[in-house]
Design a protein around this ligand. Structure first.
Ligand code: P6P
Length: 335
């Protein structure tokens, strides 16, 4: 396969698409550069303590910034100054992040989780940056408002993630299929490695934290039990795979087929609406999975049709191979 960079791919495949505007290309370029910078730090994470003991900068007692705070600062700093956004929203920030007065504005909105799963970094588990892109709905000369941001996921113009794992990959869609690019450290470029990703219609993997079974309602338990029953009507024996890092679990199921479930639970952390966030986790991954031929619901309803009411609202998530997600819906509706 010839070496095709993300920008070359975007321009070549979307000449006629509004997404190939210079402004979107600029936005994507800044996301890519931010991913490379974050990747460098993530790859060093395991060495921080060792470096700190060898007289490197850390020895001066500088507080080592948590990686998710570092990732957040990189993304906010770079994207605020890209001249293509009118607002940003981060999983790490309670409120909207506005564009500084001395920076040019654009009409895109970026919503992101800078480093999802970062609690796993010490165990060298893959983690990721998840991003969702909308166009503003209000007049361009006014400052962006929350109404510009709280749009249904179906209005996203692009979405994707960067996974920092055994290799670093960018997977994204602008509504014309899903494409994966792997970072080649020798040239410092993300190169096309997974063109037009399609998730298998039915998988052989289910992913859920079964340690919370006690906190699920009965229909949810029945749905999960379906995948554990070797005599289920698909006649497939499913394997359980759960890493506890959403991007890693999602990415594996996207490539191999399978279903990820994070239901509502009544655990002490009290996730009556699930743990995952609609705007910066469920919506972008739902756009990716639908573009790859899969499906994403809150158990019953299509994720991309949910009208958000709060920036950080949480939602139960069932996402992956279409027939598996439909089976969960059927079992939940049967009660
Ligand atoms: P639990 C990581 O903290 C995260 O936000 C997601 O990446 C992951 O899917 C989920 O939480 C894991 O949550 O409750 O199973 O540990």
């Amino acid at each position: 396969m010839p070496q095709i960079t993300v920008i070359e791919h975007l321009l070549f495949h979307q000449k006629e698409s509004p997404m190939a505007t210079g402004r979107f290309t600029r936005l994507l370029s800044e996301m890519i550069l931010s991913g490379k910078i974050i990747n460098q730090e993530v790859n060093k994470a395991g060495l921080v303590e060792i470096l700190g003991l060898t007289g490197e900068t850390n020895i001066q007692g500088e507080k080592v910034r948590k990686l998710d705070e570092f990732a957040n600062q990189v993304l906010v700093h770079r994207l605020q100054r890209a001249g293509v956004l009118c607002a940003l929203a981060s999983e790490e920030n309670a409120d909207l992040i506005h564009i500084p007065a001395d920076c040019p504005q654009g009409d895109y909105i970026l919503i992101f989780d800078p480093l999802d799963g970062s609690s796993n970094i010490d165990a060298n588990v893959s983690i990721g940056t998840i991003f969702s892109i909308f166009r503003r709905t209000s007049a361009c000369e006014e400052p962006a408002t929350m109404a510009d941001v709280l749009q249904k996921g179906a209005q996203q113009v692009a979405a994707g993630y960067i996974i920092y794992g055994s290799s670093t990959m960018l997977v994204y869609t602008t509504g014309k299929g899903v494409h994966g690019f792997t970072l080649d450290p020798s040239v410092g470029e993300f190169l096309l490695s997974h063109p037009d990703i399609q998730i298998p219609e039915r998988g052989k993997i289910y992913s859920a934290n079964e340690g919370y079974r006690h906190y699920w309602d009965q229909p949810t338990r029945k749905a999960i039990d379906y995948f554990k029953d070797p005599d289920n009507d698909s006649k497939r024996v499913y394997r359980s795979r759960y890493i506890g890092s959403l991007v890693a679990d999602f990415h594996r199921n996207l490539l191999y087929g399978g279903v990820f479930l994070y239901p509502a639970d009544t655990k002490d952390s009290n996730h009556p609406h699930g743990k995952l966030r609609l705007m910066c986790e469920a919506n972008p991954l739902a756009m990716v999975v639908e573009q790859a031929g899969g499906m994403a619901t809150d158990g019953i309803n299509r994720i991309l049709d949910i009208q958000p009411t709060e920036l950080h609202q949480r939602v139960p998530l069932v996402i992956g191979s279409k027939l598996d997600v439909l089976k969960v819906r059927e079992l939940l509706q049967a009660g």
